[in-house]
Ligand binder design. Structure first.
Ligand code: ADP
Ligand code: MG
Length: 224
């Protein structure tokens, strides 16, 4: 379990004059749960997008699960995102006119083949067996995020990324979502990297890194 899943060296992302991520050296072990904290604008989403294959670095080295993301073709990046990564955002990005189960089937469609029975099972696993036919607007914020978790893990990703996924949730729903992620991770052994503003949420991780103005300024191991 201690093999390295992610390695970056001198990883950099500039937007014109803005240096959103300054040369970053980071290693994340397979199966680790890493939390990322920092003020707004410190480069957290920039880093997460690079790890998720949603964006390309300006400079530096980024290797995830044996793939050199800097040199991967567009098709290779699309395959990497589809097969390797699951992402949960602060906004749920569910399709409003589709039911919960249809939203999951949509993700299956882009990966391989929609399978309604499998989609139902995924929703049952996140405690939404009674909400299969509801549309996002009929679900609470916490339930919507649980649909997003089901969608993110339906294709068995090795890397689960969260960009402030509990940012819009109340304390109780946040707890439900975090317990769920913790249970699923114990079963599926994926690696989690989660951006959050909430210290309680960050504390679910094995390690927390702090970004400030594009620089990793601090690192805390659980129990420090
Ligand atoms: P965080 O997620 O920590 O709030 P971001 O990674 O979104 O921070 O942003 C880091 C910096 O990069 C900010 O100064 C932001 O304005 C800038 N930035 C992010 N995305 C873009 C973009 N697409 N174009 C220009 N500047 C951007
Ligand atoms: Mg952000």
């Amino acid at each position: 379990m201690m093999d390295v899943l992610i390695e970056t060296r001198g990883l950099t992302r500039n937007y014109g004059e803005i240096c959103a991520l300054k040369p970053l050296d980071l290693r994340v072990n397979n199966g680790e749960w890493l939390s990322i904290m920092g003020h707004s604008g410190s480069g957290k989403s920039t880093l997460l997008n690079l790890l998720g294959g949603l964006d390309r670095p300006s400079d530096g080295f980024i290797r995830v699960g044996g793939e050199d993301l800097r040199v991967l073709s567009e098709d290779g990046m699309a395959r990497y995102r589809r097969e390797f990564v699951g992402i949960i955002f602060q906004q749920h990005h569910l399709i409003p006119y589709l039911t919960a189960v249809e939203n999951i089937m949509m993700a299956q469609y882009f990966h391989s083949v929609p399978d309604e029975a499998e989609a139902r099972t995924a929703l049952e696993r996140v405690g939404l067996g009674h909400r299969l036919k509801n549309r996002p607007g009929e679900l609470s914020g916490g339930e919507q995020q649980r649909v997003c978790i089901a969608r993110a893990i339906i294709n068995s990703p090795r890397l689960l990324l969260g960009d402030e996924p509990t940012g819009n949730l109340d304390h109780g729903s946040t707890r439900v979502v975090m317990e769920l992620l913790s249970e699923l991770r114990a079963e599926e052994q994926f690696t989690i990297i989660m951006v959050t503003h909430n210290h309680e949420v960050a504390a679910w991780g094995d390690r927390t890194i702090y970004l400030d103005d594009g620089v990793m300024v601090r690192e805390e191991l659980k129990g420090d």
